[in-house]
Write a new protein. Structure first.
Length: 240
């Protein structure tokens, strides 16, 4: 099933706010190449591009396939938005100091082509970071896996394994490959983001399974806010 992100853009802009722990990780990695130009691949509505623009990057390029997502992104004097694909990055060799993507690589089938392009346009010493979900994270997502267990096999099918991602990086010559899992807890006061399907996996399950999960969530919310969690697996490396 192809997900029509142009039609989902308003919902993403309303509901998909950035997480502080993700911004903190990006800022720590950016300290290794301060003041450089930065590219976010799959920037969506520009939440993390805007955060990096405030963190001292000289220019932030936010790139996404969806024009409507880009139209929802905030204007900023240091951000340039581009429409395009991760496997064909419109930059000269060794042009940028940092490239990152947040929960995007599972949308890219030819992951080697994306990593090859990233390696090509990074300056020596430049940082490359991808944040994604491990199989364990997919299984313990709250609230997604709790209320919509049908999302678990769907997501396991489309997400790349961490070891495969590491192997692709190593094969291309990235150095200092490392990673960790980070996360945070939060309270969810209402079901609006899930009712609007502002998470792509909810577009991929049967409608009856979606409606059943939504009814269950809304029932539990009548007793008060839900305790939820956000987690990501970060992988990063440098171009030698």
């Amino acid at each position: 099933m192809t997900i029509a992100y142009d039609t989902l853009a308003p919902g993403y802009a309303r509901h998909r706010e950035g997480y502080g722990y993700v911004i903190a990780m990006l800022e720590r990695l950016f300290e290794r190449s301060p003041g450089e130009s930065v590219l976010e691949v799959g920037c969506g509505t520009g939440v993390y591009s805007a955060a990096m623009a405030e963190s001292g990057a000289s220019t932030v390029y936010g790139m996404d396939l969806s024009r409507q997502m880009l139209r929802q992104a905030p204007a900023h004097k240091r951000i340039v938005y581009l429409q395009g694909a991760a496997t064909n990055l419109p930059f000269a060799d060794q042009a940028l100091g940092m490239i990152f993507s947040i929960n995007v690589v599972h949308h890219i089938q030819n992951i080697g082509d994306y990593f090859r392009e990233a390696f090509r346009i990074l300056k020596p010493g430049g940082m490359f970071c991808t944040a994604t979900d491990s199989e364990a994270i997919i299984k313990r997502r709250v609230p997604l896996s709790r209320y919509w267990p049908a999302t678990v096999p769907v997501e396991r099918e489309r997400y790349h394994g961490l070891e495969m991602l590491r192997a692709e990086m190593a094969a291309l010559g990235f150095a200092g490959i490392d990673g960790c899992e980070e996360g945070m807890t939060f309270t969810l006061p209402d079901a609006a983001a899930y009712r609007d399907k502002a998470f792509s996996c909810l577009q991929l399950i049967p409608e009856d399974a979606f409606e059943e999960g939504l009814r269950s969530m809304e029932s539990d919310l009548r007793s008060g806010p839900l305790q939820c969690a956000s987690e990501l697996a970060f992988l990063w490396a440098q171009r030698p």
